[in-house]
Design a protein around this ligand. Structure first.
Ligand code: ADP
Length: 456
């Protein structure tokens, strides 16, 4: 096992890694930018190293600064968290070349799956259903191909992420102009202009399968997470099990995810994302890292995914088989609490947390790096806390969510907590029958519809 892990990240996920390290008897090294001097992960780690100024490019994305910090502190492994360098195959390779274990998939697997279009090719090879679309990055005239797929279609950036870089095309006349615009946008946002086209599913749910694969060829798949409640293609609420998935479909999705992992030589934890519509599921992409919403699966399966991921990286065999991984022990929901202003188009709302009361009691887990008096810097993601609520079944979980959201009191900044309460209380959400357009269709965030979302 490792003796010391450097965490190449910040915020709640850095705290999460440090907690796992402490429980496993591993020393932890935090890195931080000038803007994060007051962050909780620094105080919690055994050691902390400043790696540069506030902008991520000059700190959390500076590979050399991170590798130097690992060397100087005598770390033997690097945990990338999510975002930043977590899916950067070159960084994973650089870690290996410099003698550090990268706690994540091997660079070859990330390369095979990192691009959405490459991931789809692997899925096809593994006999996993994909959303119909153009095969690869578009370089030639695809007018006829798209006509066959059938409008409306979605242009996607191969290197895209975070719900960005997608464009809907409803008629052939718009295709060329939209392709050019999408490629330019992708180049500017992701440094890579390649795009491809997919059939637009009109009423999908987003359902994903957590997998874990050791270095000895064993792969398991957990029960699904349903991340259908989204705003602008970004997840807001995640729950497990999904109210829309039957045991048969669940098993099929798990088998598909395992086939895909085996075909790509995947190792470590990861997520296979699908869209689900009219009883059928379609692969969209692999996230080759531990995701924000991993605690939902930790609760439902009763496993510690962070510990598992570290053990896999150290060469351990999976400690359980598929039957154990697939167990559903309770219902769980995660609420992403962001420092954003719901009354001002969800603009990030950094600033000082004047006072903070966190919820507690049975079935309430809070993962956060913030505290009373902490000033949220303006440079990074607006996620400030995750509430993970568990109970025996969906109805009791929803009641507990409302109770916990009511207990959460953040003063000094605006947050999305009130919006979560509106989502949970909504009859359509309660019924469980909705798609990715839930927020727009219900007019939940439309003030004219009487949404009282400003008040937590
Ligand atoms: P990103 O990596 O940017 O998050 P994804 O490919 O994971 O992008 O898709 C994010 C979300 O966009 C999905 O959860 C879904 O809501 C929507 N989406 C993606 N592909 C399609 C599609 N073909 N049809 C309809 N919605 C889609």
């Amino acid at each position: 096992m490792f003796e010391k892990i450097l965490i190449a990240n910040r915020s709640e996920i850095a705290v999460r890694v440090i907690r796992a390290c402490r429980e496993m008897g591993i020393k932890s090294v935090a890195v931080y930018s000038d803007a994060d001097r007051e962050s909780r992960h620094i105080a919690m780690a055994d050691q902390a190293v400043c790696i540069g100024p506030a902008p991520s490019k000059l700190s959390y994305l500076d590979q050399e600064a991170i590798l130097t910090a690992a060397k100087n502190t005598g770390a033997d492994a690097i945990h990338p968290g999510y975002g930043f360098l977590s899916e950067n195959a070159d960084f994973a390779q650089a870690c290996a070349e410099r003698g550090f274990t990268f706690i994540g998939p091997p660079p070859e697997a990330s390369r095979k799956l990192g691009f959405k279009s490459a991931g789809k090719a692997v899925a096809l090879a593994a006999n996993v259903p994909v959303v119909p679309g153009t095969k690869d990055d578009i370089t030639t005239d695809v007018t006829d191909e798209v006509a066959k797929i059938g409008y409306p279609v979605l242009i996607k950036a191969s290197a895209g992420g975070g719900g960005k870089g997608m464009r809907i095309v409803r008629a052939p006349g718009e295709l060329q102009a939209q392709l050019t615009a999408a490629a330019n946008e992708a180049k500017a946002a992701f440094g890579d202009g390649s795009v491809f086209i997919e059939k637009l599913l009109e009423r999908p749910r987003h359902v994903e399968i957590q997998i874990a694969a050791d270095k000895h060829g064993n792969v398991v798949a957990f029960a699904e997470r349903d991340c259908t409640v989204q705003r602008r293609h970004q997840k807001l609420v995640e729950e497990s099990p999904s109210p829309a998935i039957t045991p048969e479909i669940r098993r099929e999705m798990q088998e598909a995810a395992i086939r895909l992992a085996k075909t790509s030589g995947y190792q470590n934890v990861g997520t296979v994302e699908f869209l689900f519509q009219d009883g059928k599921f379609y692969f969209i992409e692999v996230n080759a890292r531990l995701q924000v919403e991993h605690p939902v699966t930790e609760a439902v399966a009763g496993v510690d995914l962070m510990e598992l991921m570290i053990k896999i990286a150290a060469g351990d065999r999976l400690p359980f088989g598929q039957e154990r991984a697939a167990e559903i022990r309770c219902h769980a929901i995660e609420h992403r609490i962001n420092a954003e202003d719901p009354d001002n188009d969800f603009m990030p709302c950094p600033g000082k947390i004047a006072s903070l009361e966190l919820p507690g009691g049975p079935g309430v887990r809070v993962d956060t790096h913030v505290y009373e008096g902490y000033t949220i810097p303006s440079y990074y993601d607006s996620l400030i806390a995750k509430l993970i609520i568990t109970a025996a079944d969906r109805a009791s979980t929803l009641r507990r969510s409302l109770r916990a959201l009511g207990e959460l009191k953040v003063r000094g900044i605006k947050t999305t907590a009130g919006m979560h309460a509106l989502v949970v209380a909504h009859p359509v959400f309660q019924k469980g029958d909705f798609d990715t357009h839930f927020i727009e269709k219900t007019g939940l965030l439309d003030r004219k519809q009487g949404g009282d979302h400003a008040r937590p």
